[in-house]
Design a protein around this ligand. Structure first.
Ligand SMILES: Cc1cc2nc3c(=O)[nH]c(=O)nc-3n(C[C@H](O)[C@H](O)[C@H](O)COP(=O)(O)O)c2cc1C
Length: 525
């Protein structure tokens, strides 16, 4: 596909195919420009969450924890600070300055470990917490109270949905704060915003389900109404997704109601929520402009999408290998703690076919829906392809995962690791050393043309969720999985025949065993 054929904002196309057009290739990062890694409120009341963090799901669930304990575990295992890391000298690039590099890790991956997403909660009926709107502060594993009172009805109206009345419910509002990764990635951070938020949403949804709480993802909402609720400014931060949990049965849609941002916001007085401000701001004009294009000003403007993508005619003739049926149980909390992106520390060893089958078929998000893609569960609009470099019983080659038939289809045979290595735009990985490289793909141009600019970030979030699933279940089998965007999408799609299938690679993930990491890590629990 050429830029001239694109029917949507060309920046969205460039973010996928020509990142150098949105962020210059010779751009050097000035780490002095790095803003504070946390959003910190000043002088607001807060509630300490439970600091006794469970490290295994089974015993925790059997102890029949209350909602407060479950919420504490959910937030810590999704976005809490898990380790403080020091990069040792040997692991630092030569040109790096002499100062040692320290950073916090969390249980989810994030581009450059910069975690641009923030979590807010609007809840009622949780013992130990008054009804209200809170911000999750990972630094202190606590909730900061922004507004007091039951505002769940207001959120429902902004989502255009009416739920049945239940005693306790929580809405997790996931926002993106631009300054957190803009200093490093400039406009390319727009692609990371969707992916990173999706990774976080995937972790929250997986754990909500494991903790016995019903959840749905909402991509449609009256944006300004939710920003008003959280008191955030669209020039700095905006809402990407809302997860409703324990909200009860969905009664009806309110889309015939002519709710607008103004009519909603008029019902809620402004609130003062002082934040430790950042002195350094970037030129977020491209990001703000794309978000403005994506904005829903009324409930009536919500879009839906019916996924009619079908790769069957292309794959049906291809050689098939059935995946192993048996699923080994994975403790999701233990796997969350073990999850890692090993970088240059991969080592080549044969991947067992049974393990491959488990990683490809395990799905912690089964049955969870979003409100835009009407005929699929979350992530099902994303296709999975992989290059088997060293997998027990599989010929080397590029495969498609045929979910419906629980099998894999050989699309291109041969040793493709030189091609994958050539396809890297930053050679900080040796893909000859990795037994498996996964591609998450979708009909990007078709989807964004149908759903519009909002569709771009929706697709990135869906790909982010699947990235999180692959990392989590790889960790469940003591393997590392490293997501990366440093690949030339056009080159790989042509070489692998994906362009004929109109598939765009949204994410590349290397997966395999790894050597101990060259860093000192201090656990924070
Ligand atoms: C959306 C996304 C994009 C990423 N892109 C890259 C990349 O291009 N290159 C890379 O080396 N790592 C990439 N990473 C991995 C992060 O750098 C890694 O998650 C982060 O350093 C934290 O380490 P951890 O995953 O081991 O916790 C990406 C991660 C995510 C979630």
């Amino acid at each position: 596909m050429k830029t001239s054929q694109v029917s949507f904002d060309v920046n969205l196309f460039n973010l996928q195919y020509h990142p150098e057009k949105v962020t210059p290739k010779d751009w050097t990062v000035n780490s002095e420009e790095q803003p504070r890694p946390f959003k910190t409120y000043r002088g607001l009341p807060s509630v300490r969450l439970d600091h006794r963090v469970p490290d295994a799901l089974g015993p925790f669930v059997r102890s029949e924890p209350g909602l407060f304990e479950r919420l504490s575990a959910l937030l810590w295992h999704s976005y809490g600070l898990t380790t403080m890391n020091w990069l040792t000298k040997a692991s630092k690039p030569e040109e790096a300055d002499a100062k040692s590099l320290t950073f916090f890790r969390r249980n989810v991956a994030s581009g450059g470990a910069l975690y641009p997403a923030e979590i807010y909660l609007c809840l009622k009926g949780f013992q130990g917490l008054s009804a209200g709107v809170y911000h999750y502060d990972p630094k202190g594993h606590r909730l900061v109270l922004l507004r007091e009172g039951d505002m769940t009805q207001y959120v429902q109206e902004a989502l255009g949905i009416e739920f049945e009345e239940v005693g306790s419910s929580v809405y997790l509002l996931l926002t993106v704060r631009f300054c957190k990764n803009f200093f490093k990635y400039l406009n390319f951070s727009y692609r990371l915003h969707g992916l990173d938020t999706g990774v976080l949403a995937g972790q929250l949804l997986t754990l909500l389900k494991a903790l016995g709480m019903q959840a749905t993802v909402h991509y449609n909402f009256v944006d300004q109404a939710l920003r008003h609720l959280l008191n955030i400014d669209s020039h700095e931060e905006t809402v990407y997704a809302v997860i409703s949990a324990n909200a009860g049965q969905r009664l009806k849609s309110r889309e015939n109601k002519k709710e607008t941002a103004d009519t909603l916001a008029d019902r809620l007085p402004p609130v003062d929520t002082p934040v430790c401000e950042e002195n350094r701001r970037g030129d977020y004009s491209m990001i703000v402009n794309l978000n403005n294009q994506a904005e829903c000003e009324t409930v009536e403007s919500f879009k839906r999408y019916k996924d009619t993508q079908n790769l069957r005619s292309a794959i049906d003739g291809q050689a098939t290998v059935r995946l192993t049926e048996r699923k080994k149980p994975v403790d999701l909390l233990q796997a969350s703690l073990d999850r890692i992106s090993p970088g240059e520390r991969f080592k080549l060893s044969e991947l067992r076919f049974d393990t491959l089958s488990n990683i490809l078929t395990h799905h912690g998000l089964d049955g969870i829906k979003n409100d835009v893609i009407v005929n699929r569960n979350v992530t099902e609009t994303i296709h999975v392809f992989f290059y088997a470099h060293h997998v027990e019983g599989l010929a080397q080659g590029y495969y498609y995962v045929d979910r419906e038939c629980s099998s894999v289809r050989l699309m291109k045979k041969g040793d493709l690791s030189p091609l994958f290595q050539q396809g890297l735009t930053r050679k900080n990985f040796n893909l000859h050393q990795v037994p498996l490289v996964i591609h998450l793909t979708s009909a990007f141009c078709e989807f964004v043309s149908s759903v519009g600019t909002r569709g771009y970030r929706i697709l990135q979030m869906e790909a982010g969720m699947l990235t999180q699933q692959k990392q989590l279940f790889a960790a469940g089998f003591h393997l590392g999985a490293h997501p990366m965007l440093s690949y030339d999408a056009g080159f790989l799609e042509r070489a692998l025949g994906l362009d004929d299938l109109e598939q765009t690679i949204l994410m590349q993930i290397a997966l395999g065993e790894y050597k101990p990491l060259l860093r000192l890590a201090n656990t924070l629990f």
